[in-house]
Design a binder for this molecule. Structure first.
Ligand SMILES: [Zn+2]
Length: 860
């Protein structure tokens, strides 16, 4: 499941290239501005909000429980975007309880988990879809769990056969129940509003047939089977299947399914379910049917059914072992032209998973359905992924580079679940990170390989909100998976993945099983690594350094603390991999040969070749690592690539940070050093502003920004991130008493100052990164546009008529939304007639486009 792309939920860490990001990073629209001016923007919000029907608004604002949860957690002072959006939400936010359960320590759930008393082998479903009601027939082969000697299967313990079979069921009418073809009488079962309980069952394997009646047209829960915009659609994760038929609705019940769908042919010409289509034909009364068979065992949360009027974009992909797979993306007819990028993304994902993990697609057909009112964002149902249109549809005129990138990521994400989630699934919902953490990690790696690794890392994990690990199991889970890779290297990680699939294909497993596969495949010592799954809270790590010039040694002393959290007052030290490199006085990486640690001198060289970055394994509350043969005092680059989800406090001086900003070979730390410096600078200027002192910009900082802007060896997208100032919200978060006016004044001051001192450089940047060629989504072009757009934003902040004219020219001549919107955001920095005219023009141009309207409504 994937909900994270629909809403920008990172607070001030929004991707700065998306529409909302541009607006908010331009700081057109902080709350104070809303009140003071920007009437046209306010008007736009009001108009657009009024145009959006409540149901759709709800959809936008609360895509699933997870987004609601995020919204709750990220509604913070200074994050006015969220406040306003949520104030117009039409339904209450989901309770926090469910999601916080996911983050609670695992032991509690291990204790609560019970093996099922019965397993299901095959499930044959038959749906008669009707306008009034839908009849669902299910035929399940059931067998009791064998207790005792599982290997021989002989010892069937009596007590297990006497256990009742408890089926979940919600909001449906039971028509009949048969066991081994014999209809049960009312005294043979017990039915309440949530369960159907069967006792006195046969002692061995038996067949259970249940007929029930449901009303998808009346189903407003958007779970189970529901009708929306004329189409039938399902959403079963996490517990929607119990609204379709009586079932053991838990992920450790894995079975092989067939699904026969019958419906009116003219109303529902397309009938889709999981697996391969094995039969279809016409029936009496204008009806038709389709029979689907999924040869792989799956939990019921992956079941899907779609019936409606849809058309498809068709393509094929040949797997590396030669299987020719039909690919189809289904949408309402008018959306079909906007599915080209989604198809490209799907094929790229299929190829990538083969290349990087050796994982091939396993069926002859892969379907994607994109409908405007799918509530969950995107869902990885086996071979029938269902998406909200927003996550699939794109055209250069209406979608930005950030949207294109998000589509690539989310199509990849759902596809990658085919192995991590579907073929190997989670035993219970407290193992969510097993499938989501791993799959988020995989989609991050996919996007990194196709774009800029550092920028992806910045966007996903290093937003200002991210250093404290988000209270969100998806992201935290991905960080934990990433640490395995940091510790084991790419090859070791791949060995672990191979063993994981070899051991667990077709099973519902736990995070410990994943851990064990990683450990065993590499014969690795992971010390107390498992604590990452059970111990809540973000470790705070302090590091101090000292150089001994006589001994030529350099010491890094680490101490760690994990803050107490509810239910966990005392914390154990965590296992934290910290990637470190040392820079010499010229800014070059020093060779590292050996480290003295824990009473031993350990070589870190690889095959006697020096290395320039190493992983320090911190496992204790306090620990020292001493590098030997260090010829001069180095500048340390610590936690390279953000190698562990911790908060790091170092004793680096501003001059060290400036040095890292100018020289670090690790781009992530280079960016991080710039951000720390900028935050410090902004905070000190805020203090000056509050005391009415004149503001002056540190020339070292200007020099640092200039050196990055003019470094042609750097990736352009990375440059655009590195020269972006921290957001106002981020600075206010760091203040004891937030002062929005002071922060806004200071940020504008720095921006203008940089623009005026580096005007020539910014003008050249705009000039050199223009292109009149047709829009193409690839990294080179995306990076070029990102850099041009940020330079334009700086220039226009000067409010010079010539530069505003330049932006107007860019606005008028733009061939794609990325550049048009960037020009708009640049112009919108300066109140006045030009801004009002351009905003009005943009609004009138796009008010009727559904996708752009999505952005327009975020315009507050
Ligand atoms: Zn997912």
């Amino acid at each position: 499941m994937m909900a994270r792309f629909i809403l920008p939920c990172k607070g001030s860490g929004l991707p700065k290239t998306c529409l909302l990001g541009l607006i908010s990073s331009g700081h057109v629209i902080t709350q104070s501005h809303l009140l003071i001016g920007s009437q046209i923007i306010v008007a736009s919000v009001v108009i657009v909000a009024a145009l959006i029907p409540p149901a759709r608004l709800y959809l936008l604002l609360h895509i699933g429980k997870i987004i609601g949860f995020l919204a709750l957690h990220y509604l913070r002072p200074g994050n006015s975007t969220w406040r306003l959006i949520c104030s117009v939400a039409t339904e209450p936010l989901p309770k926090q309880v469910e999601e916080s359960k996911m983050d609670m320590p695992k032991e509690i759930f291990l204790k609560d988990y019970k093996l099922p008393d019965y397993y299901f082998d095959t499930v044959d479903l038959k749906f008669s879809l009707g306008e009034e009601k839908t009849i669902v027939c299910s035929k399940i082969t059931v067998y009791p769990r064998v207790k005792g000697n599982i290997a021989t299967g002989i010892e069937l313990v009596k007590e297990c056969c006497t256990s009742p079979l408890v089926l979940d069921g919600h909001d449906m009418k039971l028509v009949s129940v048969k066991v081994n073809s014999k209809e049960l009488k009312e005294e043979d079962f017990h039915l309440d509003s949530r369960h159907l309980t069967l006792s006195s069952l046969p002692s061995g394997k038996f067949t259970l047939e249940i007929i029930s009646e449901i009303h998808p047209q009346k189903n407003t829960s958007l779970e189970g089977l529901y009708k929306s915009s004329g189409n039938f659609c399902t959403q079963c994760e996490a517990e929607g299947f119990r609204r379709i038929t009586f079932y053991q609705d838990r992920p450790d019940i894995m079975a092989k399914y067939t699904c026969r769908i019958e419906a009116d042919k003219s109303l529902y010409p397309v009938l889709l379910s999981n697996g391969n289509l094995i039969e279809q034909g016409d029936l009496e009364g204008g009806k038709h049917y389709a029979l689907w068979e999924d040869p792989f065992k799956k939990p019921c949360y992956l079941f899907a059914l779609v019936a409606g009027q849809l058309e498809s974009r068709d393509d094929t992909f040949t797997t590396r072992s030669g299987r020719k797979v039909s690919l189809r993306i289904w949408t309402p007819a008018h959306d079909l032209p906007k599915t080209e990028h989604a198809m490209y993304s799907l094929k790229a994902a299929m190829k990538w998973d083969e290349d990087v993990f050796g994982l091939e697609y396993d069926l002859d057909l892969f379907n994607i359905v994109a409908v405007p009112d799918f509530n969950m964002g995107a869902m990885e149902n086996k071979s029938l992924n269902i998406f909200n249109s927003k996550l699939v549809l794109a055209s250069p005129e209406t979608a930005t580079d950030a949207d294109y990138a998000a589509i690539l990521g989310v199509i990849g994400h759902e596809y990658f679940h085919n192995w991590t989630g579907n073929r190997v699934t989670c035993r219970d919902w407290f193992q969510l990170s097993l499938k989501e953490g791993l799959t988020v990690f995989r989609d991050q790696e996919f996007s990194s390989d196709l774009g800029s690794r550092t920028v992806k890392r910045i966007a996903d994990d290093a937003g200002p909100m991210a250093h404290p690990v988000r209270p969100h199991s998806y992201i935290k889970g991905a960080e934990v998976v990433r640490m395995y890779k940091t510790l084991l290297g790419s090859q070791g990680f791949r060995k672990g993945m191979d063993l994981y699939f070899k051991r667990h294909d077709g099973q519902a497993v736990t995070c410990e099983d994943f851990f064990a596969a990683m450990r065993d495949a590499n014969d690795a010592d992971f010390a107390n690594f498992l604590l990452w799954y059970s111990q809540a809270g973000t470790p705070r790590v302090k590091v101090t350094s000292s150089y001994n010039k006589e001994a030529h040694t350099y010491s890094l002393k680490f101490s760690q603390e994990v803050p107490p959290t509810p239910g966990q007052p005392m914390k154990e030290p965590m296992f934290i991999p910290v990637v470190v490199g040392l820079l010499d006085s010229r800014g070059k990486d020093m060779p590292l040969s050996s480290v003295y640690h824990g009473g031993k001198l350990e070589s870190v060289a690889c095959n006697d070749q020096p290395i320039y970055s190493t992983v320090l394994r911190i496992t204790k509350k306090e620990e020292e690592f001493v590098f030997s043969d260090i010829s001069e005092r180095p500048i340390p680059s610590i936690l390279r690539g953000y190698s562990a989800p911790i908060r790091l406090d170092s004793d680096l001086a501003d001059s060290d940070l400036s040095f890292l900003l100018a020289h670090d070979s690790d781009e992530f730390n280079r960016w991080e050093a710039g951000q720390i410096l900028a935050r410090k600078l902004m905070l000190s200027l805020v203090a000056d502003f509050q005391q009415n002192k004149p503001l002056a910009l540190n020339p070292q900082f200007v020099h640092g920004i200039k050196s990055i802007l003019c470094d042609s060896s750097l990736d352009k997208e990375f440059i655009s991130k590195a020269i972006t100032l921290p957001g106002e919200g981020e600075i206010m978060d760091m203040m004891e008493v937030a002062d929005p006016d002071a922060v806004h004044a200071v940020r504008s001051f720095i921006k203008k100052q940089l623009a005026s001192e580096l005007k020539e450089e910014f003008l050249n940047t705009v000039k050199n990164n223009r292109s009149s060629e047709q829009y193409e989504f690839n990294h080179w072009n995306l990076a070029r546009r990102a850099l041009k757009n940020i330079a334009l934003g700086y220039l226009v902040s000067l409010n010079d008529p010539e530069l505003t004219e330049l932006a107007l020219h860019e606005y008028r001549t733009a061939t794609n939304m990325t550049e048009q919107f960037a020009a708009l955001a640049a112009i919108a920095q300066n109140p006045g007639q030009t801004r009002d005219d351009v905003l009005a023009d943009f609004y009138s141009k796009w008010q009727h486009d559904f996708l752009v309207s999505l952005f327009l409504n975020l315009f507050e």
